[in-house]
Design a protein around this ligand. Structure first.
Ligand code: SAM
Length: 222
């Protein structure tokens, strides 16, 4: 699977994508992540990506033109780079990250993990010209009901959630779409002057009881 992220701050991704599971998945060629600097798709000397909003208002808005050019260039089949030519128009989605988009969840991550390519557009400033949402992106996605300064963190969230669902990225046992309280050594530790212990049932060795306890406390993501 290939991720193409368009951003005006391409360096933000360096550290996160070069550690741990995401790094390993790239090394093993299970995923490919390309970061595209939106300024590379501008035509003027100053590499302008934004302009004032029509109708007035505060701040600047990312323009359609550089985004359109970036998406077109990424979609163009190139034999040498990334996915094979026949798949270039295949199972692909263009995502615009936006606070007003549809809420990202585990189900969406699962669906995306079956695609060949995700093109992710990160906004900045006061947002992105609405024509990107209407005519260039297939889907507008939000990672939660709050406003961030840019789409870079949401892009990393999406890449992370989708990558761990790609076969071979993590061991099957850890792939469970659920979360329950976990404990490890020591069995007892002083926190704020009180001894805090691991729930007794987890030390019992009684697998049936442990399972029941986990079922009681589990949160399942579908
Ligand atoms: N009204 C704007 C909007 O459309 O989201 C707020 C602009 S925000 C300061 C700048 C950029 O951050 C947005 O264009 C979007 O790409 C990203 N962003 C902010 N909050 C987000 C969220 N909850 N989910 C996804 N992206 C978000």
């Amino acid at each position: 699977m290939r991720f193409d992220i368009i951003s005006i701050f391409p360096n933000i991704f360096d550290s996160y994508f070069n550690e741990s599971i995401i790094k390993r998945a790239q090394k093993r060629k299970l995923i490919k992540i390309n970061i595209h600097d939106l300024r590379d798709y501008t035509q003027d000397r100053h590499k302008t990506v934004d302009d004032k909003p029509y109708g007035g208002g505060f701040g600047m808005v990312l323009m359609v033109k550089p985004i359109q050019k970036a998406v077109q260039a990424i979609k163009k089949p190139r034999r040498k780079v990334g996915i094979p030519t026949q798949k270039a128009s295949g199972k692909r989605k263009v995502i615009l990250l936006s606070a007003k988009g549809r809420k990202f969840d585990q189900r969406m991550a699962k669906r995306f993990s079956k695609l060949d390519q995700l093109i992710i557009i990160s906004g900045r400033y006061e947002g992105v010209d609405e024509r990107v949402a209407k005519y260039i992106a297939d889907q507008e996605i939000s990672i939660g009901d709050y406003v961030l300064t840019g789409g870079e963190v949401p892009a990393m969230v999406m890449v992370d959630a989708v990558t761990r669902l790609i076969p071979g990225v993590i061991t099957k046992g850890s792939l469970e779409q659920e979360s329950f309280p976990q404990y490890t050594r020591p069995e007892s530790i002083k926190i704020n002057n009180k001894q805090r212990k691991v729930p007794r049932v987890l030390l019992s060795g009684n697998h049936k009881k442990i399972e029941q306890w986990q079922e009681k406390h589990v949160k399942i993501f579908k």
